[in-house]
Design a binder for this molecule. Structure first.
Ligand code: RB5
Length: 155
């Protein structure tokens, strides 16, 4: 099933690409919620990673897409929220594979890394690819076990 509601977030390094993604989602008929930032002024990427990740973890949105300059900071920060499996993808193969194999629920992108054409293809592939389940479900369950083992440990 294609995601029906997507939370979007970016810092100043990803603001322009986030605005483009909103237009693409409109064309795909996919609802989105913009968690900021709302302009090009410098901000701190963890603030936006947290907003989007918490919306997805709480079930308020099905998926999240986060953009910063590299996509790396957003990915690191989003993955700190329990229940989030954020994946940094800068090619279409990885975007499909991380849905099929990892059931990733947040995609992160680097505006300073990919052009808009490739970013659009990545977003479309990631949003329309299903989790394959089977042996991959067992592995995702093991990720959840790690998360559970360390929850509240402060590590
Ligand atoms: C901001 O300059 C930059 O550090 C940020 O957008 C991101 O690339 C961090 O990972």
């Amino acid at each position: 099933m294609t995601a029906v509601r997507v939370a979007l977030g970016a810092d100043h390094g990803g603001y322009r690409l986030k605005e483009a993604i909103k237009r693409w989602l409109d064309e795909m008929g996919i609802a989105w919620e913009d968690c900021g930032t709302y302009g090009p002024d410098p901000v701190d990427y963890p603030d936006y990673a947290r907003k989007v990740a918490e919306k997805v973890a709480a079930g308020e949105c099905d998926r999240g897409i986060l953009v910063c300059g590299t996509g790396i900071g957003m990915c690191i920060a989003a993955n700190k929220v329990p229940g989030i499996r954020a994946a940094l993808c800068h090619d279409v193969f990885s975007a499909r594979a991380t849905r099929e194999h990892n059931d990733s629920n947040v995609l992160t992108l680097g505006e300073r890394v990919v052009g808009e054409g490739l970013a659009r293809a990545i977003v479309e592939a990631w949003l329309t690819t299903e989790f394959a389940g089977g042996r991959h479900a067992r592995r995702v369950d093991k990720i959840k076990e790690i998360e559970k083992a360390y929850s509240g440990s402060g590590c």
